[in-house]
Design a protein around this ligand. Structure first.
Ligand code: SF4
Length: 338
């Protein structure tokens, strides 16, 4: 059994390169840890991509601010609440609100977070980018439970290549999310242009230092109309091996089998569950908006509830039934009928 406390950088690189029997052994160990931690069921969450406006220029993403060819949208409160109600009808307990870094959403969130959390009794997960510390505190006061802010890469120069700025402000934001008492999700991208295995191994240790509640490894997907459209996809096996190592070392953290795994290879998410993941995000964004949410690729794989349930069944796992958040439901007005 791998002793996570004794893993050093050369050992991590060796495990990232594992293939065949050695890789299957790594995955077996990751599944054993997941089972020992009582985390052997899969959390389903429903995502709504509420805005594709973004003020950042990330080199891999078509939603970057300089891309004037992309039609932009920001959903209205009633549209978002209608989708949240649909997520609840499907018996999921978490509504995941995702957007580009679009501060204009914050007014909208004043209205919709309490409606979803207290009116509908759902958990609220946010992924909206960098904000001042007081805004994270405000999101928590409104009823948000968790916030995802990926570190993308632990290498400061590589982060500058993505975002044109130093990562230090982003790291401070991760601390502010924690201080706001939101559960913290983070993660990296595997296969960024010029990224080395050493750098991915550093990402592994960075993840251990953060001790996140959720952690993801996502393969790089080249995206049309971006400066990095000509680079190859990230390596699926390296991504899966990193997920397995994080499972073994972080033990209880939720680890998603992200949709980009399936984009690289059919059954990619099944491989992710076999490597120790225990979360799948189902896309509930209405079709007209979804086509414009171009964070990874226009031809991204869109995860349906049916696909998720089929994948979980094939992995021999079951769906995790989280208790809905009903504590303060009576003290808030009910969500409007839709
Ligand atoms: S990755 Fe996120 S922050 Fe960067 S340009 Fe795309 S939507 Fe904006």
């Amino acid at each position: 059994m791998i002793d996570a406390e004794r893993l050093d950088k050369p050992a991590v690189i060796q495990w990232l390169l594992a293939r065949g029997e050695l890789q299957e052994d790594l995955f077996r160990q990751a599944r054993a840890v997941r089972q020992q931690q009582g985390a052997d069921s899969v959390l389903l969450r429903g995502v709504v991509e509420i805005s594709n406006y973004c003020e950042k220029p990330c080199s891999y993403c078509a939603m970057r601010c300089p891309n004037q060819a992309l039609p932009r949208y920001r959903m209205r409160a009633e549209e978002i609440l209608a989708v949240a109600a649909e997520i609840k009808r499907c018996r999921l307990s978490t509504v995941f609100l995702q957007a580009g870094q679009d501060r204009a959403c914050d007014e909208l969130l004043e209205e919709i977070i309490p409606q979803i959390k207290f009116g509908m009794g759902m958990n609220v997960l946010l992924c909206l980018g960098e904000r001042p510390a007081e805004v994270y505190r405000r999101f928590a006061e409104l009823g948000a439970d968790s916030y995802i802010l990926k570190f993308e890469t632990s290498d400061p120069q590589a982060y500058r290549d993505i975002a044109r700025v130093s990562p230090h402000h982003r790291w401070e934001c991760m601390g502010a999310i924690r201080k706001a008492r939101l559960r913290l999700g983070t993660g990296n991208i595997v296969g960024l242009p010029r990224q080395t295995l050493e750098s991915i191994a550093e990402d592994f240790f960075f993840g251990l230092d953060v001790q996140p509640d959720f952690v993801s490894a996502a393969p790089f997907i080249p995206n049309e109309g971006t400066p990095w459209e000509g680079f190859p996809c990230g390596d699926l096996d390296v991504t899966l091996n990193l997920m397995a190592l994080w499972r073994i070392a972080l033990k209880r953290s939720f680890i998603p089998a992200v949709s980009a795994l399936e984009k690289i290879r059919p059954d990619g998410q099944l491989r992710g569950l076999n490597a120790g993941a225990n979360v799948i995000t189902i896309n509930f964004t209405p079709k007209d908006f979804r086509a414009k949410y171009a964070i990874y690729s226009e031809q991204r794989f869109v995860v349906s509830l049916r696909h998720a349930l089929h994948t979980i069944h094939r992995a021999g796992l079951r769906v995790r039934h989280e208790a809905p958040v009903l504590a303060a439901a009576e003290t808030y007005p009910p969500a409007p009928e839709m």
